[in-house]
Design a protein around this ligand. Structure first.
Ligand SMILES: [Zn+2]
Length: 237
């Protein structure tokens, strides 16, 4: 957490093992949690877990439902099971009025189909660690979702992602603070951490032809809006 703060990162949201453990910290770094069962682990769900998820997700520090979605690269859980639990969890999140944090690896079409079938998706969501192209970005924008850009955008080979970033308005972009294997250049290959965020912001600024400050402000505002986060500690407004 100390390293996180040195990177200038103030609010942290992320998947939590148990929301009951989300501490209330009076310090400058405020912790928020998300609750959900990742596609890798849906094969471990047992009877009663949905009631437990509902309970955990109702904690006031829980700001979103996720990561949920589909992962056809690893397929640690069988794809049909991933799809049914993804759909069921989207429904639960809608009931709870929580925005969605979506994990989609090599499963773009099915991910979109399940989200579209879910109806209004009024609380919105984010396609986290976006890995698609311009066409997918447009579909995600149409859903009203945000698109979160990982450190990959700085990789030499990531031309497709840079095209997508160019297409997505700043008002709909978020920056990915983690993804242990997705550290931006010049830290590629090292364990990623939120303190590296400025390098992702710099690349996005370069693509957008704006200042790093503008990217920082827009993505911070977007995250606050999506997750209904309180104003920054010590901020004027
Ligand atoms: Zn993920």
């Amino acid at each position: 957490m100390g390293r996180t703060e040195r990177g200038g990162v103030r609010d942290v949201s992320g998947a939590a093992g148990g929301a009951g453990a989300a501490p209330s910290r009076p310090a400058t770094l405020r912790i928020h949690a998300t609750v959900g069962v990742h596609p890798h682990h849906v094969n471990e769900l047992v009877a009663g877990d949905y009631e437990r998820l509902r309970e955990l997700a109702s904690h006031p520090r829980v700001v979103a439902y996720g990561e949920i979605g589909l992962d056809y690269v690893k397929e640690y859980s069988p794809a049909p099971l991933q799809r049914s639990h993804f759909a069921a969890q989207v429904e639960l999140a809608q009931e709870l009025g929580l925005p969605l944090v979506i994990h989609d690896r090599e499963a773009h079409a099915d991910t979109l189909a399940i989200l579209r079938a879910a109806g209004s998706l009024a609380s919105g969501g984010v396609m986290h660690c976006f890995s698609g192209d311009v066409a997918l970005a447009e579909e995600v924008l149409e859903l009203g979702f945000y698109i979160s850009i990982p450190g990959v955008v700085t990789f030499k080979t990531a031309e497709t992602m840079r095209e997508a970033v160019a297409r997505v308005p700043l008002e709909r972009l978020l920056l990915e603070t983690d993804g242990p294997f997705l550290a931006p250049v010049p830290y590629r290959g090292k364990r990623n951490e939120p303190a590296f965020l400025p390098w992702i912001a710099a690349k996005v600024a370069e693509i957008k032809g704006c200042s790093i400050d503008e990217v920082a402000q827009a993505t911070t505002t977007n995250a606050r809006r999506l997750f209904s986060l309180p104003p920054a500690a010590g901020a004027a407004k």
